[in-house]
Design a protein around this ligand. Structure first.
Ligand code: FES
Length: 153
């Protein structure tokens, strides 16, 4: 009987410790995820701040925000899809040029000249009222441009 009570208490302690560990881990992960989500949405400004047919650099957050003639927006990764150099804005064409190995991209990020083999990655744009946010945690790797990739306010 004494042995059974010891076993019972031992199992009870293990069960309580397991439940506590579960909640500690779960709470810790939830808290961390919330922080990551908060950091990943970059506020870029109100829609009216951005002129049509212009590209705006957000280099510290690793993207260019482009507004097209029709008012739509796209957020392009600054990293060339060849080897990751930072591409520059081509002010004449509205596209992007890579200074490392001369890849060129059009205004939608499509490859105009190799060695890059696929379009610039893009980031989702989140619209809250008239405010624009870019989710820099979710780079979208593309094979081609699609009209659905443009965000409208
Ligand atoms: S890294 Fe851009 S062309 Fe090579």
């Amino acid at each position: 009987m004494k042995l059974n009570r010891r076993k019972f208490i031992k199992r009870l302690v293990i069960a309580i410790a397991s439940v506590e560990a579960f909640f500690l881990v779960r709470h810790g992960i939830t808290k961390k995820t919330a922080v990551i989500n908060k950091e990943s949405l970059v506020f870029v400004g109100e829609e009216s701040k951005f002129f049509k047919n212009n590209t705006y650099p957000f280099l510290s957050d690793q993207f260019y925000l482009k507004r097209f003639d029709d008012g739509g927006f796209m957020a392009f990764s600054v990293k060339c899809t060849h080897l990751g150099c930072v591409v520059n804005i081509n002010t004449k064409t509205g596209g992007f040029n890579c200074p490392c190995h001369a890849s060129r991209f059009d205004s939608y990020g499509n490859v105009l000249s190799a060695p890059a083999a696929r379009p610039l990655d893009i980031f989702p744009i989140v619209v809250k009222g008239k405010e624009l946010y870019v989710n820099t945690q979710k780079a979208i790797i593309r094979q081609s441009f699609d009209q659905k990739q443009i965000t409208y306010v």
